[in-house]
Design a protein around this ligand. Structure first.
Ligand code: BDR
Ligand code: CA
Length: 307
């Protein structure tokens, strides 16, 4: 039986790739897509989500969520994702229906009506999920788990200490980390190992057909950014939140106690993954620590080949 999923995102190149993977997976049933501000302002991430869902021929309900973090001023990432938040490819127009309801209301509806506990995949700042838990705490009873991209069991990328999604809304990350729900974390320590190379992108393009060619064009843009920064390829952060759910055999994971700094002058948004051998802190998160990169890329390629 397929896992019912709510996909919360801020597309974003790697969010788009995560949607490619999730929508292609025979193991997942995408019940709804919800969008928050993050890589770009909400009006842009929403348009980007519509373009991608249209490209992928989806029909899941889509709703707009938070335009800003819970407490802080918004931060965006145009240096990584371009002005639109998803530069680099002539994507289809954003002709995709949008629910009248906002993200939290749509999420509540899906979760409360689902006969099976729903899994949330979250690939942006965790604002929408924190709002859902604050507005409708009862939904937690019917959530199986949350697989999110955020934080790091190591260094940051937005600041020396903090990863972008956690930095953008540390208070929301705190609410999710302390939710008591089963959590699966793909942080930078693993997502930067899940990179795609020039040759692998060219192999996707060589599939031919409109969708693989557009996926490759998005990856070309994204790769350029990462190459300039000295990476061996483009880090596919968000697809790890999908792949570690559908194909856990590609990842090695460990339960750890994870918290997020909400106050530090230099460390706001930093995740603290307690990897001490003799720590008595109770694990609250299953943390992906390593990935079989080749197997992960094969999964992505197979997904791209289905369109
Ligand atoms: C995360 O930040 C965003 O730029 C990406 O989409 C990803 O979710 C990586 O730090
Ligand atoms: Ca993202």
């Amino acid at each position: 039986m397929k896992i019912p999923v709510i996909f919360d995102c801020d597309p974003g190149h790697d969010d788009a790739l995560a949607l490619v993977m999730a929508c292609a997976s025979e193991k997942l049933d995408i019940k709804a897509v919800t969008v928050c501000a993050g890589n770009a302002a909400l009006e842009k991430t929403l348009v980007n989500a519509k373009r991608i869902l249209r490209l992928l021929g989806q029909s899941a309900p889509l709703a707009a969520g938070a335009a800003r973090p819970l407490l802080r001023e918004p931060v965006y990432a145009p240096d990584i994702h371009g002005k639109s938040g998803l530069d680099g490819a002539p994507l289809p127009p954003p002709d995709y229906p949008q629910e009248r309801a906002g993200a939290a209301e749509l999420q509540r509806r899906i979760i409360s009506q689902s006969p099976e506990p729903v899994t949330i995949i979250a690939t942006g700042p965790l604002t929408n999920i924190a709002i859902l838990f604050s507005a409708f705490p009862e939904v937690k009873q019917n959530i199986a788990r949350i697989s999110f991209m955020g934080g790091s069991a190591g260094a940051g990328n937005w600041t020396a200490a903090a990863e972008f999604n956690f930095y953008a809304d540390p208070e929301a990350a705190d609410i999710v980390l302390s939710s008591g729900l089963p959590l699966l974390m793909s942080g930078l320590n693993v997502t930067e190992k899940a990179f795609i190379t020039r040759d692998e992108i060219d192999a996707i393009r060589a599939f031919g057909g409109r969708t693989p060619v557009l996926i490759a064009a998005l990856l070309d843009f994204y790769l350029g950014v990462y190459m300039k920064r000295g990476f061996p390829g483009a880090a596919l952060h968000d697809p790890c939140a999908v792949a570690s759910l559908t194909n856990p055999e590609l990842f090695s994971a460990h339960p750890y106690h994870v918290t997020v700094e909400t106050r530090g002058k230099y460390t706001a948004g930093m995740s603290l993954v307690d990897i001490r051998r003799r720590s008595d802190a109770k694990p609250n998160v299953t943390v992906n620590m390593d990935v079989d990169r080749k197997g992960f890329i094969k999964l992505l390629m197979d997904a791209a080949g289905t369109y």
